[in-house]
Design a protein around this ligand. Structure first.
Ligand SMILES: NC(=O)c1ccc[n+]([C@@H]2O[C@H](COP(=O)([O-])OP(=O)(O)OC[C@H]3O[C@@H](n4cnc5c(N)ncnc54)[C@H](OP(=O)(O)O)[C@@H]3O)[C@@H](O)[C@H]2O)c1
Length: 329
């Protein structure tokens, strides 16, 4: 099969279009013909092994110390069609249109992948895909959509609450803005200037360009501050919360973890850290919300698979609005 082979850590030039063996599904797996795959911020960070300590070290041991040997194909989000099923598979059959997240198994920059029908924490989850959007759009839903949905469901947002989202213009951010609006919140999106118009177009009531304004110093108070990137100043964010407000950090840096640990139990404010929960149930909930027109994926650019290195370079310009996708078929 056609696949992008990951030959070395570092520059996007290490991603080379080539041939790989088409995988064979095990008893509990399905074989999926991939139509489109997302090119996420995380893909570029994993490619460079530019990850927070200790994850960078652990991932290097998992992938291969000198170069990627255990996993040779990057990419962890896909939309496609099932073409064969293992003998024990009960929930899917050939012809089903599915989307999902392969987690640490990666492999979606390729014509075919195998995935178990049973979700496994970090090794993948899938479901039938939304019927009213294209494969390119559907491929951009699983990671950002699942993170946003699970994170906001932990807060139980009440109608009229003021919610501020840091990194609102990214993959997790664009789903978070739309979901918070759906739950009735008054939403402020914080990101760089080039993304603010898009944020208004998906429903943000207020926008802040973080390169020009510090939301912790504008005198506003919020009920929820959700940080999707680990870029929020902790003390200032806590001061900007109403009494009983919630600070939710989906990508806490080590310093955030320490600050949250030290502050826990010493104030009326709720402090929540990342808690991954990738479930079929939530993928189906996202499917329903998309089919109802409540949320939609924001797609910035679609590249052919052959231009995967360019797609990675574009994501690394920091101009990406929402999501970037590669078309595989
Ligand atoms: N997508 C995945 O599969 C995945 C998996 C695991 C972990 N993560 C991590 O989760 C984080 C968010 O993921 P994502 O896919 O949503 O990333 P993303 O699409 O790159 O979005 C991040 C957004 O945050 C903005 N930003 C950067 N610094 C900011 C600041 N100080 N204040 C406000 N906004 C700021 C960026 O804009 P500018 O660049 O223009 O500043 C960008 O629009 C990333 O760190 C990623 O590594 C992602």
């Amino acid at each position: 099969m056609k696949a992008v082979i990951w030959t070395k850590y570092g520059s996007p030039d290490g991603l080379q279009l080539g041939e790989a063996e088409t995988p064979t599904p095990k008893a509990d797996e399905v074989l999926i013909k991939v139509h489109a795959a997302a090119v996420s911020r995380a893909d570029t960070e994993i490619r460079r092994l530019k990850l927070l300590f200790p994850f960078g070290v652990l991932i290097r041991f998992y992938l291969g110390v000198i170069k990627p040997t255990r996993i040779k194909i990057l990419g962890s989000e896909f939309s496609g069609e099932i073409v064969a099923v293992g003998r024990d598979v009960t929930q899917y059959r050939a012809g089903d249109q599915v989307y999902g997240y392969t987690g640490l198994g990666m492999g979606t920059y390729a014509e075919f992948i195998c995935l178990s029908e049973k979700p496994a924490a970090l090794l993948g989850v899938m479901s039938k895909r939304p019927t009213n959007i294209t494969h390119e759009e559907a491929a951009a839903v699983p990671f950002g959509g699942l993170e946003a949905l699970h994170s906001l469901d932990r807060i139980n947002i009440q109608r009229g609450q003021k919610v501020l989202i840091v990194g609102a213009g990214g993959s997790i951010g664009t789903y978070s803005v739309q979901l918070a609006k759906h739950y009735g919140a008054e939403v402020t999106g914080v990101d760089s200037g080039g993304k603010l118009e898009m944020l208004r177009s998906i429903g943000a009531d207020h926008v802040i360009d973080y390169t020009r304004e510090d939301y912790t110093k504008n005198g506003q108070k919020y009920d929820v501050i959700m940080d999707t990137i680990g870029g929020s100043p902790f003390a200032g964010s806590i001061r900007s919360l109403n009494e009983n407000g919630t600070y939710l950090n989906v990508n806490p840096k080590m310093t955030h973890r320490l600050q949250m640990g030290l502050a826990k139990g010493r104030s009326s404010k709720k402090l929540l850290s990342w808690e991954g929960d990738y479930t079929t149930k939530n993928l189906l909930k996202l499917k329903e919300l998309i089919e109802a027109g409540t949320i939609k994926p924001v797609i910035d650019r679609v590249y052919p698979l052959e231009q995967i290195a360019e797609a990675h370079r574009y994501v690394e310009t920091d101009q990406k609005k929402g999501n970037v996708v590669v078309k595989v078929q």
